[in-house]
Design a binder for this molecule. Structure first.
Ligand SMILES: Cc1cc2nc3c(=O)[nH]c(=O)nc-3n(C[C@H](O)[C@H](O)[C@H](O)COP(=O)(O)OP(=O)(O)OC[C@H]3O[C@@H](n4cnc5c(N)ncnc54)[C@H](O)[C@@H]3O)c2cc1C
Length: 398
């Protein structure tokens, strides 16, 4: 039995409205439901979102999944470690980074999952016990010291003790309660695209990932078998608005169309299935406060650390679990929210700083930076250096 299942319902009859059925929203729904709250989840998408992109949970992210009781459901969906082949622009191999090297660096308490599989595990844990409103958003929020009333896009008013805005980096709850997106979203001048591959990319051997890292950009194509293969692209961009207007397939083809290997194949697949693609500019959400009265933001809506941190899902799980703890310990909601924020802020600040530093790994500023990055990846394979890397990862995870 997980820690969470052992917890006794502490707040029967209290109602929370959660906007967003992503990782943050569903983890919060799970945590609060298990504590005895009556939970309503409002999701703009007409139904549950599917596979998405590949993400890693290790260190505190794995621990949070464990505390939420998710690991048994996630383990069969774990993609595991795989060997990466670093390639030239035309797809020719430069060198390999064996799976065992990554495994030794990251450790065994790690999961590699499609975002949709993590969302499915969360959904399965609350299905039938939490009230989901798909195809719905929030139109207005009004609060008094005693309650918060959320008006949905279909006109339904919902009265609750707590409203959680877990509606992602472009949060509507944030806009309604905390002000305009431009006051909180700091653009990092890069674009990211990631999507599952329905057809296996022939140019990449099965069981391997192929990665090209050049000045200002990274392209990775993973051939891990049916329903496990995907592509990832990150690039520096001076006009993110322009590329967003262009759309995923044309913008990524413009930025990566010259590359060989599996990239051309992945881009061709994107042209016919762009609805499953993630494509957005990279921006961090920076706010002085994550709550106001009975309204709290959680996950990317509050603190988006970006893909360059590789830690947003981990923080969403950890943040949801810690929110549950704070609400158990403090009946007065604003006090619970303030305590929760104090416990989480140092970690978020650290991850945002690491993400800004990490940009140059995904989009090296020059050929010299590419060369230095490659030497570091080659060096990781030397036992002495590997130990140093393991220690650095352990430090970053603590
Ligand atoms: C390519 C990529 C790779 C990543 N890799 C990792 C990794 O390895 N490890 C890691 O820990 N993190 C990783 N991340 C980050 C992680 O995926 C995010 O931080 C995490 O998914 C954020 O979850 P969320 O629930 O806060 O937001 P989201 O996943 O954006 O979910 C928000 C939900 O709210 C819904 N919504 C939006 N607007 C509204 C509205 N107005 N009304 C109602 N519903 C709404 C959306 O449809 C969605 O369901 C990665 C991110 C990307 C893009």
């Amino acid at each position: 039995m997980s820690d969470l299942e052992n917890r006794t319902p502490s707040h029967p009859g209290r109602r929370a409205v959660i906007v967003g059925a992503g990782i943050a929203g569903m983890a919060t729904a799970l945590r609060l439901h298990r504590q005895g709250w009556d939970v309503v989840v409002v999701e703009r998408a007409p139904s549950r979102r599917s596979s998405g992109y590949l993400l890693n949970l290790h260190g505190p992210g794995f621990s949070a999944a464990e505390r939420l009781g998710l690991v048994p459901a996630l383990t069969p969906r774990d993609i595991g470690f795989f060997t990466s082949i670093l390639v030239h622009a035309d797809g020719r191999e430069k060198f390999r980074l064996p799976a065992a090297v990554t495994e030794a660096a990251v450790g065994s308490r790690a999961l590699s999952l499609f975002r949709g599989d993590l969302e499915s595990a969360l959904y399965d844990a609350v299905a039938g016990q939490v009230d989901f409103h798909f195809g719905t958003t929030v139109q207005a929020v009004a609060q008094t010291p005693a309650d918060v009333v959320v008006t949905l896009s279909d006109g339904t008013p919902l009265q609750a003790e707590l409203l959680v805005g877990a509606d992602g980096v472009h949060s509507r709850v944030r806009e309604l309660v905390f002000g305009s997106e431009s006051d909180h979203l700091v653009d990092l001048g890069h674009m990211v695209g990631a999507f599952p591959l329905e057809t296996l990319p022939e140019q990449v051997p099965e069981g391997f990932g192929s990665t090209f890292i050049g000045p200002g950009r990274t392209a990775a194509v993973m051939n891990l078998g049916p329903e496990r293969s995907s592509a990832f692209f990150a690039y520096r961009c001076t006009d993110p608005g322009g590329d967003l207007a262009l759309g995923a397939a044309p913008a990524l083809t413009q930025a990566f169309g010259d590359l060989g290997g599996g990239v051309a194949d992945a881009l061709r697949q994107l042209e016919t299935s762009s609805d499953t693609a993630y494509f957005d500019s990279v921006g961090q959400v920076v706010m002085d406060h994550w709550s106001q009265g009975r309204v709290v933001l959680l996950g990317d809506a509050a603190w988006c650390v970006t893909v360059f941190a590789g830690y947003g899902a981990a923080l969403a799980l950890d943040g949801a679990d810690r929110l549950g703890t704070a609400l158990t310990e403090h009946d007065h909601i604003p006090t619970a929210l303030a305590t929760w924020e104090t416990s989480l802020r140092p970690e978020v600040r650290k991850r945002q700083a690491l993400a800004r530093k990490g940009i140059s790994r995904f989009a090296p500023p020059s050929r010299a930076h590419v060369w230095v990055g490659e030497q570091m990846l080659r060096a990781i394979q030397l036992p002495g250096i590997r130990t140093l890397v393991q220690r650095a990862i352990a430090r970053a995870n603590n």
